[in-house]
Design a protein around this ligand. Structure first.
Ligand SMILES: NC(=O)c1ccc[n+]([C@@H]2O[C@H](COP(=O)([O-])OP(=O)(O)OC[C@H]3O[C@@H](n4cnc5c(N)ncnc54)[C@H](O)[C@@H]3O)[C@@H](O)[C@H]2O)c1
Length: 385
């Protein structure tokens, strides 16, 4: 552990302000700040989390791109707690250091600040490729960058997988089905996607990414997995991501109007993040290499969902209606027959149970921040770090 000097503890009845203002103490604090910025464990480092020791034969080096984001950080928790060595690669566009800071000083954890649109060489056994903004306001903020992230980024990660013989899993999306004409959506459905709309940079980017996975698998024998992820929610969602779950909860907790875009009759299915992470890990370690839906088929109309959030937060908010957002799909429900059959996976967390945890998370955030202004449907730069 650390060889840095220990902080002189203020005497119980001493003058704390005087000690803190002393030149020696100021120098000490500056030194500690510098050391933590260099990722060297210091005396001020929080307790290092205990993780299981896996035998070398089972222990893998796993890269998680986008690991500082909402889903990625929960996946990192799971892989670390399984005893693997984890490398997070993230450019912190929507990701936040606080999502992974509890691993910062763990000897099995590394963080690389890097953009996936640029190549990188690392020695790894598996790659979970999640890097890509996922909420419409964030991915529409810089559509060109979003497309580059999905296309160049996936190409770079596939190139890495090919070079080091790693298996790679792509976090694809139910958005590849666009505004679906088949309901619920099985993996065999080809989708109904607008190539020129505001969501196209994301939807088409992911479709190309899937095609690249297919090409590298067939041409170069890369071991690939494709997860088509449906709406997911839980703690560590970005408070300004403009998504239904975070917006409704933040509005309800502050007794602000709960805003529905459209008449609220369109439907979504919501899965809790721990179910998704379980599904991703099962898919990665299975023999199934065709696209696989991971979602909770429990379908809600947006109006019913707003009412549930209002009731669970005991909110005085009014539910209000604004014009429908362009190209917003009218219905979405995962057909999870494949995941049940191939992975023996199905969601375990009921939406209300997940909502309770997510409401508690946003309440704690509001207690610190005072007020949060939810983001509307228009393109927006992610706030905060
Ligand atoms: N959350 C969902 O409901 C959902 C649904 C379908 C698919 N997905 C997919 O799952 C993945 C993770 O989604 P999320 O909800 O955690 O989103 P998120 O925005 O919280 O996380 C994305 C992460 O990728 C990083 N990133 C973005 N562009 C990057 C780049 N060019 N280089 C390196 N890092 C970059 C961000 O900083 C962030 O940490 C995404 O690929 C998304 O498309 C999510």
């Amino acid at each position: 552990m650390s060889s840095t000097p220990k902080a002189k503890r203020p005497k119980p009845n001493g003058d704390d302000d005087e000690i803190m203002a002393s030149p020696a103490m100021k120098r000490f604090i500056e030194d500690q700040k510098f050391l933590s910025s260099q990722s060297i464990p210091t005396a001020l480092t929080p307790k290092i989390m205990e993780t299981p020791k896996l035998p070398d034969s089972k222990r893998m080096k796993i890269l998680v791109t986008g690991g500082a984001g909402f889903v990625g950080s929960h996946l990192v928790d799971k892989l670390m707690m399984q005893g693997h060595e984890v490398i997070v690669l993230d450019n912190f566009f929507t990701g936040q250091k606080k999502n992974i800071e509890h691993w910062m000083h763990h000897p099995s954890f590394s963080l690389v600040r890097h953009d996936v649109t640029l190549p990188i060489l690392l020695e790894v056994d598996q790659i979970y490729h999640l890097a890509c903004p996922a909420s419409p306001p964030h991915y529409q903020y810089n559509p060109v960058k979003t497309i580059k992230t999905s296309t160049l980024g996936t190409c770079n990660m596939l190139g890495l997988a090919k070079r080091v013989h790693a298996r790679i899993l792509l976090a694809s999306t139910s958005e590849v089905y666009g505004d679906p004409l088949v309901h619920p959506q099985p993996e065999s459905y080809w989708g109904n996607v607008n190539t020129l709309g505001p969501r196209s940079c994301y939807d088409e980017g992911k479709r190309v990414a899937e095609t690249m996975m297919y090409a590298y698998k067939n041409q170069n024998n890369v071991s690939t997995r494709i997860a088509r992820i449906f709406n997911t929610f839980g703690p560590r969602m970005h408070p300004n991501d403009g998504r239904v779950v975070s917006n409704f909860i933040i509005q309800a907790l502050q007794n602000k109007d709960i805003t529905i875009y459209g008449d609220g009759s369109y439907t979504r299915s919501f899965q809790y993040v721990s179910d998704l992470v379980e599904g991703l890990v099962k898919l990665m370690n299975s023999e199934y290499d065709a696209p696989c839906n991971i979602g909770n088929p429990d379908e809600y109309s947006i109006k019913a969902f707003a009412e549930t959030v209002k009731e669970m937060t005991k909110s005085k908010s009014k539910i209000t209606y604004l014009p429908k957002v362009k190209d917003d799909p009218t219905q979405r429900q995962a057909d999870i027959t494949t995941a049940k059959r191939e992975l023996d996976w199905e969601p375990k967390v009921h939406v209300k149970e997940g909502l309770r945890k997510t409401i508690d998370f946003f309440q704690a955030m509001l207690d610190v921040e005072g007020e949060i202004e939810p983001t509307g449907p228009d393109a927006a730069k992610p706030k905060g770090k």
